[in-house]
Design a protein around this ligand. Sequence first.
Ligand code: GLY
Length: 348
Amino acid sequence: MISRRTLLAAAASLPVAARAAQDVLRATPPVAISSSNGLGTTKKAVELMREGKDTVEAAVEGVVLVEDDPNDTSVGYGGLPNELGVVQLDASVMHGPTMRAGAVGCLESIKNPSRVAKMVMERTDHVLLVGPGALAFAKAMGFQEENLLTERARRAWLRWKTTLSDQDDWLSDEEMKADFDYIEPRHPDAMAHRPTGTISCIALNDKREVSGCTTTSGLAYKLPGRVGDSPIIGAGLYVDGEVGGCGSTGRGEAVLQSCGSRTVVENMKRGMTPAEAILDVLKRICDQTKSPRLLNRPGRPNFDVNFYALRVDGAYAGGRIYRGGRFAVNDGGESRLVDSVYLFENAR
Ligand code: GLY
């Protein structure tokens, strides 16, 4: 018997028309989906939608639970810092009914960048504020500055720094050359190990209104000023009120280069199921990854990327390049983790 996941993995190489018959996961709204760290997030989001709160408020207040949690070192308070030991946060929101969006990048000292992003959407004519400008805006909106670097995150950063890890973001002369003229990468058999955790949540209510939010402390020990996919509308988050929404976690650079979430939503608009739409974009990411330093020996990416897609009819999926991913779903009661579809069993 062939499993559903195997069928979906095989489906990635099939023409779109041949994939249309794949079975589809479906929920009755209100429903929220999220990355695997979003069990509490999805539950909260659905509770808020049942109380009649707007979908964007539901998604934001859901992820705030994780931003506030010092034990999640990839988001908000307690997030792992940049190369200099400074926590810099990125977040975005998008509201399907109005197609409005807001985002902040490289925000320091404010633990809920998702709420600030929502304020950018609601209180300004802009979409994205970064760095000191984002902080000034947050303070003007009444947010309090605080130290976001927990002792646990500081120790992790210090260990990375004092062991002079070669897992950094500076390319050696050889690695720069290798992008044009093949040489052996640093870690040809290894998956990249620096954390790129994040949380993304897409929320759909019983009026078929959909919104989303993605928030992160970004790649651990990143270069100061580095912005990933999370605050970029179309990359780490995209919502089309007529179609559905998609968010991402994982290596932000790959999602930026593929305009990932927007492409997933466009695929759904053209008739693909959420799983098909995600697998298509993951395949594009694999095909477009050419740098030897990002490839394992079989020529597959040494990183992973996750997408979470929810269509306005309640169909949903999570997907990533390699087997083993799960994502959170809530359509009432307790949240559950569901297996993600994938392209490859493993990186070898
Ligand atoms: N996907 C989160 C990041 O790369 O910053």
